[in-house]
Unconditional design. Structure first.
Length: 117
């Protein structure tokens, strides 16, 4: 079955960095657009970034543009989210997801990121 497993979350002080990873199995990874989402307490889920199947095209939410970088390794079936200059408002559960057409079909279980001021 398809599995997306996130790792790399944790607690960090404002201004610090974290690198999230999401390893996929059970699917043809290179056929999927991959995205990162987050859900903060009391807020709706937010799309943070996505990357095309080849890795050529990327998208970032305005709130993270210039601080976060999404990348992927199709050889390792893994998508990454490098998060720099973290802010307390980045505190959330981060999820990776994979989709082929206009929706995401598979989701990971999430990893907590906590940024303290």
């Amino acid at each position: 079955q398809v599995q997306l497993v996130e790792s790399g979350g944790g607690s960090v002080q404002a201004g610090g960095s974290l690198r999230l990873s999401c390893e996929a199995s059970g699917l043809t990874f290179s056929s999927y657009t991959m995205g990162w989402f987050r859900t903060a307490p009391g807020k709706e889920r937010e799309s943070v970034a996505w990357i095309s199947r080849s890795g050529i095209s990327t998208y970032y939410a305005d709130s993270v543009k210039g601080r976060f970088t999404i990348s992927r390794s199709n050889a390792k079936n893994t998508v990454y989210l490098q998060m720099n200059s973290l802010k307390p408002e980045d505190t959330a559960v981060y999820y990776c997801a994979g989709g082929i057409l206009n929706s995401y079909d598979y989701w990971g279980q999430g990893t907590q990121v906590t940024v303290s001021s």
